[in-house]
Design a protein around this ligand. Structure first.
Ligand code: DGI
Ligand code: FE
Ligand code: FE
Ligand code: FE
Length: 188
C-alpha cells in the first residue's frame, strides 16, 4: 500500500460494509483517545484501521496462519472469536509490511487485553468498545469513563465482557482475566 487510500481499499476488501464502518469508527476513536491520554495518535489511528483486518475471514484461513506461526494450544483450542486479533497481528506484518511493534501488539491484544498493557494497547481496546457505531447496554457508562479515566473505562469494559461470557457459559480466556485483575489491582 502506497498511501492511505490504497490501504483503506485493501482493508475494505477484507470485510463487509458494517465491519468497515466499525473499523473507521475505531480508528477515529482511538486517535481521539490517544490525543487525550498521551499515546501516539497516528499509531492509534493506524492500529484502529487494522485491528479487525481478519475478522471476516473464514476460520480455517485464520487457523492455518495461527498454526503456521506456532500460536499456543490454549488459543487454538479456545474460542474462535479470539483468533482474528492474533491472525491480524501476523497478517498485517507479513502481508502488509507493518513493522511497528507497538501497533502489532495493539492489534494482537485488542480483544483479550493482557497484563501490563501499553497506553496504545489500552486506547485501541477501549476504542473498540466505544466507537460511535457501538450500541449495547452499558456503552454510555464506558464512554463517560473514557472521558477522563482510561483504566477505569477498560476495567469496566473487560468486566462487562467477562460477565457476559459467564452468563452465556462461555470460556473466559486467561489473558482477559489477567488484564482485568491488573487494571483493578493497580487502583488499589
Ligand atoms: O472484533 P469486534 O467484534 O470488534 O470486538 P472484539 O475483538 O472485542 O471481539 C469480541 C468478541 O470476542 C465477543 O464475541 C466476545 C469475544 N471475547 C472477548 N474476550 C473473550 C471472548 N470470548 C471468549 N470466549 N473469551 C474471552 O476471554
Ligand atoms: Fe476485534
Ligand atoms: Fe463479518
Ligand atoms: Fe473491532
Amino acid at each position: 500500500w502506497s498511501n492511505r487510500e490504497a490501504l483503506l481499499e485493501k482493508i475494505r476488501a477484507q470485510m463487509h460494509d458494517k465491519r468497515y464502518q466499525h473499523t473507521l469508527g475505531v480508528a477515529a476513536s482511538a486517535k481521539q483517545l490517544a490525543e487525550r491520554f498521551g499515546a501516539d495518535p497516528e499509531k492509534a489511528e493506524l492500529a484502529g484501521f487494522l485491528h479487525d483486518y481478519c475478522k471476516c475471514w473464514p476460520v480455517e484461513k485464520m487457523l492455518e496462519i495461527l498454526v503456521r506461526h506456532d500460536m499456543p494450544t490454549e488459543l487454538l483450542e479456545g474460542e474462535k472469536e479470539l483468533w482474528h486479533a492474533f491472525a491480524a497481528a501476523i497478517v498485517i506484518q507479513t502481508e502488509l509490511g507493518v513493522t511497528d511493534t507497538e501497533i502489532l501488539q495493539a492489534v494482537r491484544y485488542h480483544t483479550t487485553g493482557r497484563a501490563g498493557m501499553s497506553m496504545l494497547e489500552k486506547v485501541v481496546c477501549v476504542a473498540d468498545y466505544i466507537e460511535p457505531n457501538r450500541n449495547y447496554p452499558g456503552v454510555e457508562e464506558i464512554r463517560t469513563l473514557a472521558q477522563h479515566d482510561l483504566d477505569a473505562a477498560l476495567a469496566h469494559a473487560l468486566g462487562g465482557t467477562i460477565r457476559f461470557l459467564i452468563e452465556k457459559q462461555k470460556t473466559v480466556f486467561p489473558l482477559t482475566l489477567i488484564a482485568y485483575n491488573d487494571l483493578v489491582s493497580q487502583k488499589g
